[in-house]
Design a protein around this ligand. Sequence first.
Ligand SMILES: [Zn+2]
Length: 426
Amino acid sequence: MKITVVIITVCFILITIAILPLPADQKNFPANFKEDAFKHIEHICSLGIRSTGTPVETKTIEYVAKQLEKTGLKVNIEWFEFTNYAADRFTLHAAGKTYSPTMVLFNPYLGIFQFQGELCIYDPDTTDLNKTDIRDKMLLTVETANPFALMGRNPQLVIMVTKTDFDRLKSQMSTAFKLDIQGKMKKYKSANVVGILAPGKKKEIILCAHLDAYDSPGAGDNASGLGVMLELARYFKTMELQLPCQLKFIALGAEEIGALGSRIYLEQHKQDLKNCELVFNIDNVGGTQKIAVETKGSMGGISPVKGETQFPAYINDKGWDGANRKWKILCPALIKAFTAADFPDWLCLIIKDTVKELKYDARFVGPLGGDGQIFAQAGIASTSILIKVNEAHTLQDTPDKVVKKSLEKAGKLIAFVVLKTMNRLR
Ligand SMILES: [Zn+2]
């Protein structure tokens, strides 16, 4: 008799836990969240300069995996190999002289390393890009021009030179040129660390943050994202029994040279991603700038098949940005997919409600151009948060610049958006 009562009571408690809405309120948010997240940042930055594909990135992979295991998640380290082109030297012959361009935008994976013809001179100080057709042109410009603004307009080649060289070349009568590119393809190794709460549930939600840094200690970009993600894993662990879906915490490798981790994850997890309800990307959240959350943008450029990437297959295991920062890729299909945005109405509503509840002063922005877009272009509802440190991508991006309060702000916003999304699934 007693046993029956105990069993009934236990069942009742479990059922109650399973049907009660998850608590998206501040009372339950851990008081030490920002301090604990900051400790991860300090440790990760103490490992060294976390450039893509280096032993320091590997040490970070191991640290994150260990932390997620300690929290009690099921953890897999998914190693992958990729190729990146390393440009050694550019030699530009024009107007009877030889120049050394500082950066070249081209596509090394097409196997063309020599260009010649007529240069189209683009001076960002005097020419309005919106009124100039540079499609298929071979452009010469100054090194301070914005490469991303040029890429989207599909030129065939962009050669960037110093201001002195640019002024000299601009004043010449002849625009005939020849460019030789010397370099080699190199293989690298990186990994995605995948930690799962409530494994086995059909639907899933993903929280992700990239592991590597842009030749920098990367405290803000993106040890801050990792710290926040690791602490969110601890927060959600306390509710594991109540979770209506799997919750994945993914530290993505090799983001800084072409979002390789997320592209490879997409390739390897097509089936799971068909049941993915939301991806929340955490990138650079320890700064002083105003909170930015992605909610804006056309629904254009999204794959009709959920989980299916639109990037050309030949480029999937290739880097898009030289490890030595001497070249960037030109590939129209890739640019198109990279500006895709997929913010369904329900998600925008949840984000805006949460921002209001938390009384945050936030801006709502379009695609931020990181791992979030990789998931978005594959038709998965995805958003990203940014509280930018001004020192990102420099050697000054160190833990002392990180604002602890920003870590907490990011943590709460992400936690409550995820909890509300989960409540929709129950
Ligand atoms: Zn980043």
